[in-house]
Design a protein around this ligand. Structure first.
Ligand code: GLV
Length: 312
């Protein structure tokens, strides 16, 4: 059985896959070109995919015997799940194991942005630190501030637990009905009350550019925006304008509309803190994600139920 792993994954996970005795082909460490991907998947019965590869009908056509697509990520916006449904191919993902790590990272961004850590680091390295100053690099407090969470999935709730520990008031907006009696606000009300807005939504046609010019204008003057979900949820050009004229106090972005490219106007904003899609990048979590993706793939090919299948 031929299995194609689109990019190098942590060693322990690869060893578990190799132990099956199947024919395992592993792509490069970097993002494979489209032609390399199409060539590599040829004849595979199982695909282990990363969020950087577009897995669409053309890819599926190259492997007519494909029996499983196992994504090593929670988000599946790079996989054409509707097409997999038509072909009756199970699609799996890796939710849960990255929740706490992504929530830690969201808090790290929130703290670093509000207290201007990177600006301080840059100032120091550029030799501009002239000594303590009463007006130097002032930023808002997090304690006592209101955090507005868009989405109420596992990561949003894990962020809420941490934020409450910091003395923040947490409010929510969600597109779906929430169990457990947690009250969700209308989006406009949340945006007008929150000092910090953090996005925890999957990318879909409903959430693409959800945070656009109009929504940004509804945010409190000086509020902060954090995005660790998917880049296209935010209209980057509109955000760059709001950051430039100061209506938005700062933004911390771990994901971008056209990754790995970043809008040049965002790059030019000193009040934007930018990280290269690393919210889940702790050693243990990246290994857990890869092991789960491998286990999902093996389970489907052995005719067992995988831990996380999203379709069929
Ligand atoms: C990471 O971005 C994921 O969706 O798992």
């Amino acid at each position: 059985m031929r299995i194609h792993v689109t990019r190098k994954i942590p060693r322990r996970a690869l060893d578990r896959l190799l132990a099956t005795g199947w024919d395992i082909f592993v792509g490069p460490e970097e993002i494979p070109s489209r032609s390399r991907l199409l060539w590599g998947v040829g004849g595979a019965v199982g695909l282990l995919t990363l969020l950087t590869e577009k897995i669409d009908a053309e890819v599926m056509d190259r492997c007519p015997d494909l029996r499983v697509i196992s994504q090593c990520a929670t988000g599946l916006d790079n996989v054409d799940v509707a097409e997999a449904n038509r072909r009756k191919i199970p699609v799996c993902n890796t939710p849960g194991v990255l929740t706490e790590t992504c929530a830690d990272f969201t808090l790290a961004l929130m703290l670093a942005l509000s207290r201007r850590l990177l600006e301080g680091d840059r100032l120091l390295r550029q030799g501009q630190f002239q000594g303590w100053g009463p007006l130097m690099l002032l930023g808002p407090d997090l304690h006592g501030a209101t955090l507005g969470l868009l989405g109420m999935g596992n990561i949003a709730r894990a962020v809420a637990r941490r934020a409450e520990g910091f003395g923040m008031r947490v409010i929510y907006w969600s597109r779906s009905e929430q169990p457990g009696g947690v009250r969700c606000l209308e989006l406009q009300d949340l945006l007008s009350q929150a000092d910090v807005v953090s996005l925890h939504l999957p990318l879909s046609e409903q959430t693409r550019h959800l945070i656009n010019e109009q929504r940004l204008a509804q945010m409190k003057p000086g509020a902060l925006l954090i995005n660790t979900s998917r880049g296209p949820v935010v209209d980057e050009a509109a955000l760059a304008r709001a950051l430039h004229h100061g209506h938005i106090g700062g933004a911390a972005l771990d994901v971008f509309e056209d990754e790995p490219a970043v809008h040049p106007d965002i790059l030019a904003c000193p009040n934007a803190l930018l990280t290269p899609h690393i919210a889940s990048a702790s050693l243990a979590t990246r290994e857990r994600m890869a092991l789960l993706a491998v286990d999902n793939l093996i389970a489907v090919l052995r005719g067992e139920s995988p831990a996380h299948q999203v379709n069929l």
